[in-house]
Unconditional design. Structure first.
Lengths: 95, 184
């Protein structure tokens, strides 16, 4: 059994390294959903209001603190940005 | 005995899935898009990823775990117009394993100089294994080493290995996120 667990662990390590190198690791579920909601609501160069993102169907069921933590985390990761002109608006960062 | 049977089942199932996708989807697409290509050389050979992982986890025993399924799919592939030699599964497995061992020794010998992520290690070792496989199969199918065939085998095996790993990565990720969604 321990030999099977070791094989599974090695496989998980391999795949985890790939996720990290491909840049898709450690996006928790809500962070991923905030990113997707923003992408869904955005068209090119358009900033989206925080309350619109929070009311998106992908964000349904998550608490306000969790939502704002996810926004902050995505901003720190450089995946989204606050628009400079108006407060409370976010846009996706160009890749 | 049970352990060997379990290993045989795990490897066989993985090999069947990879071969089925290749035979049922990749090869028809290949013959449609590249009508001049030989069906004996798959240009996205997913089973190579399963082969390399099986060699890594089970060593030389993986050859015996994979041979029955290899023969099954050799018959199926010949049924759609390919002309694979009867010995090709055996030759391919042995050549791949020898290449895997040589590649592993070369890479681990360079470990001090190179910092290799695990998946990159597998890609490089998979490429070396594929080179041995290509030379052996080219010699078997064409009675001599044809450079074009060898290149075709390497392209197919390495792209198949990378595609296999990417599919595994997303499959595990999907399963993990689905579990965390349920927990919430």
């Amino acid at each position: 059994m321990s030999s099977s667990l070791k094989k599974i662990a090695q496989l998980q390590l391999l795949l985890s390294e790939m996720e990290e190198d491909f840049g898709i690791k450690d996006n928790s579920t809500i962070e991923k959903r905030v990113l997707l909601a923003l992408a869904d609501l955005s068209s090119k160069d358009e900033a989206i209001a925080t309350h619109d993102i929070m009311n998106h169907q992908l964000i349904y069921g998550f608490s306000r603190p969790s939502f704002y933590r996810a926004l902050l985390a995505l901003e720190k990761q450089g995946k989204i940005k606050k628009t400079k002109s108006v407060r409370g608006f976010y846009a996706l960062c160009a890749e | 005995m049970n352990e060997h049977l379990n290993n045989f089942l795990i490897v066989s199932i993985a090999f069947i899935v990879a071969n089925s996708v290749t035979l049922g989807f990749v090869l028809p697409l290949q013959s449609l898009l590249l009508s001049g290509s030989q069906l004996e050389i798959g240009l996205l050979f997913l089973p190579h990823g399963v082969r390399i992982l099986a060699f890594y986890f089970y060593g030389w025993r993986a050859i015996f775990y994979m041979l029955p399924v290899s023969y099954l799919f050799m018959l199926l592939t010949n049924g759609i117009g390919a002309h694979l030699d009867t010995l090709s599964p055996v030759v391919s497995m042995i050549a791949c394993y020898v290449g895997f061992v040589v590649g592993s020794v070369l890479i681990t010998g360079q470990k001090k100089q190179l910092s290799f992520r695990m998946w990159k290690f597998f890609v490089v070792v998979g490429a070396i294994s594929s080179l041995f496989n290509g030379i052996a199969l080219s010699w078997l199918q064409h009675s001599g080493t044809e450079i074009i065939s060898i290149i075709g085998y390497i392209i197919g095996d390495v792209s198949g290995l990378i595609a296999c790993f990417i599919i595994l990565m997303y499959a595990f990720r999907f399963a993990r996120l689905a579990r965390s969604d349920e927990a919430e």
